[in-house]
Design a protein around this ligand. Structure first.
Ligand code: SF4
Ligand code: MG
Length: 336
């Protein structure tokens, strides 16, 4: 497998009046060619900040990369200039968001918005870009693309807007597509259609996808690998089966227990994880999950657990994996 992107020990902070918020604290992961890596965790865990940092979309100030590398195509994007990033954004790495209205331009036709990137990055003529735009709208399943090209975003339904945004993002055949909660604002049927569309396009274009989500149902549907983040850190990472059938971190157990399942009766309640994440103005020196963890031991509050290998593809940062730790079984609910 060829590595397309490597994030190494990334630290991202925000300066505020109250001090430095350490939003991302030493995140590392790889993305292989054609693979979908899901980054999951509650809001505020640093998953969106991580993905926006890859695109260098964090405004500085107040945000800044404190440390770390983002290796793409032999270059470190953490050190790239804005000029270099302008060439990469949209062409080599593209992004789609939860709300297409925030990234679509309401005053420009959808056709023009697709054509813009093609003319800028691929130096296409207007005619070529137009043909390609029709082709892209067809590819993402928008009916009568010729006339849709002339319409404005507000003339599209929510699901169609999301398709249009995917068409724009994929028009230059980027190596990496970052999708930040791409289906959260859509109803369930449309969600499934968009996920199917992303899978289908990934096979056609061989794009790698970084999927940012809090929805493990979506992850189960599309991801090859999962990175579980908590309080700015990666607490567990593994392939889909390892995370769903052999999860090792109590936070992952909690996430799985709060996920609706097909075999669950209506009166069976989902179990949200009680408590809230630590304040990242002054993160705890031990395990960041300790205050919410049923299995916390003395050492957990004193020292941050190192990442331990469970298998060649599976790592977890939890003291329960230490050879001296008492054995704790994950709740049955978590591994269904
Ligand atoms: Fe719980 Fe300790 Fe593991 Fe943290 S290190 S998740 S507190 S058992
Ligand atoms: Mg977010």
């Amino acid at each position: 497998m060829t590595k397309v992107l490597e994030v190494r020990d990334l630290h991202v902070s925000f300066k505020t009046y109250n001090g430095e918020v350490q939003a991302v604290r030493g995140v590392s992961f790889d993305v292989d060619e054609g693979e979908t890596v899901a980054i999951v965790g509650e809001s505020g865990c640093g998953k969106s900040v991580t993905s926006q940092t890859i695109m260098r979309l964090i405004p500085n100030p107040p945000g800044f990369i404190k440390k770390g590398e983002i290796i793409f195509d032999g270059k470190d994007l953490a050190k790239a200039t804005e000029k270099q990033m302008e060439k990469i954004r949209g062409a080599d790495i593209a992004m789609i968001f939860q709300d297409p209205m925030t990234s679509l331009n309401p005053t420009m036709t959808v056709g023009k918005q697709i054509m813009e990137g093609l003319m800028k990055h691929q130096k296409m003529s207007q005619g070529e870009a137009r043909r390609k735009a029709v082709e892209m709208l067809k590819l993402v399943g928008i009916p009568s693309p010729e006339s849709r090209l002339k319409q404005y975003p507000h003339q599209f339904s929510g699901g169609m807007r999301q398709r249009a945004m995917i068409a724009i993002a994929l028009s230059c055949a980027p190596k990496v597509l970052i999708a930040d909660e791409p289906t959260t604002a859509l109803d369930v049927t449309i969600q499934a259609q968009i996920i199917d569309l992303m899978k289908e396009l990934q096979e056609k274009i061989n794009t790698s996808i970084i999927l940012i989500t809090h929805d493990l149902g979506v992850v189960a549907d599309i991801a090859d690998r999962v990175v579980v983040m908590y309080a700015g850190k990666v607490v567990e990472t593994g392939n889909l089966d390892e995370i769903f059938y052999n999860p090792k971190h109590p936070y992952t157990w909690g996430l799985l227990a709060s996920m609706p399942r097909l075999d669950q009766s209506e009166d069976q309640e989902l179990l949200p994880i009680p408590g809230s994440p630590p304040n990242l103005l002054s993160p705890p020196k031990g395990c960041p999950f300790a205050a919410r963890c049923k299995h916390a031991m003395k050492i957990c509050t004193e020292q941050m657990p190192e990442a331990t290998k469970v298998s060649s593809s599976h790592q977890v940062a939890c003291w329960l994996e230490h050879p001296m730790a008492p054995e704790v079984k994950p709740p049955a609910l978590a591994v269904g």
